[in-house]
Ligand binder design. Structure first.
Ligand code: MN
Length: 256
């Protein structure tokens, strides 16, 4: 099996190393990841700058590994062109240190990397550990154990072309995981999203972050599942069209 692994936390992130270890028994694994953290780059790509791929010195897992001066989408496209000229069987993005739940997936570089695999018609999976405490280390051991048990299923579960699985694993001890749920995207609402500060020269600057208000009252969502200690698997598609609105919008256009 030919596997392309990327992430958005950069090539030195421990989550990437754990994912490489989990994937290694599947066959040929090539890691192609940003040379530094590029979280929240979404599905962006680099157009105006050249991309370089450099072999990673001292990558802790015995697989081919390259660092790229770009974002996850760049890594996937460069790797498919250069290292998998005949295509590959699987694209994995992660393991991200932090949740990618609800509408946050539109910001997520982890999900962006997996979506680029889907653009190329390849089975693709984004994996995140849902650690909510800032600076707290993600429980990667739980992620490893869950993946070892569920990877065969992830490789064979129905996944139509141009869709991905967005997997979020609670950052708790493995025995505390209550199970695995198939979910839909929930909502993630931020308050105090932008903070205004002042630099040492008295000039204002703004820093985005904010406090998340997670709405877990909605049943069947990724947010609810992770809050309740379940691993969440959400099928996500590239097609953002609001299909159910098409007839009504058409009628509205004709009657204007
Ligand atoms: Mn990240």
């Amino acid at each position: 099996m030919e596997v392309l692994l990327t992430n958005d936390d950069g090539v030195r992130a421990e989550g990437l190393h754990v994912m490489a270890e989990v994937l290694k028994p599947l066959g040929r694994v090539v890691v192609c990841s940003p040379d530094r953290e590029r979280s929240a780059c979404g599905h962006s790509m680099t157009l105006r700058d050249p991309l370089r791929a450099v072999p990673v010195q001292g990558f802790p897992v015995d697989v081919e590994a390259y660092e790229v001066n770009g974002v996850p989408v760049d890594c996937v496209n460069l790797a498919l062109h250069e290292f998998f000229p005949n295509g590959c069987d699987l694209v994995v993005s992660g393991i991200n240190a932090g949740p990618n739940l609800g509408w946050d997936v539109t910001y997520s570089g982890t999900v962006g990397g997996a979506l680029e695999g889907a653009v190329n018609g390849i089975r693709s999976i984004a994996v995140s550990v849902a650690v909510f405490v800032e600076e707290a280390p993600p429980n990667l051991e739980t992620a490893r154990l869950w993946l070892e048990e569920y990877l065969p299923w992830l490789l064979t579960a129905p996944q139509p072309k141009h869709t991905i699985f967005n997997v979020n694993i609670p950052s708790i001890a493995y025995p505390e995981i209550r199970g695995t749920r198939i979910t839909r995207m929930g909502t993630r609402i931020y308050k105090e999203r932008v903070e205004k500060r002042e630099d040492p020269f008295g000039r204002p600057y703004w820093w985005q972050g904010g406090v998340v208000i997670m709405d877990s009252s909605e049943k069947g969502t990724d947010v609810e599942a992770v809050n309740e200690g379940f691993v969440s698997v959400t099928p996500v598609r590239l097609d953002w069209t609001v299909h159910e609105l098409l007839p009504e919008l058409q009628r509205s256009l004709e009657g204007k």
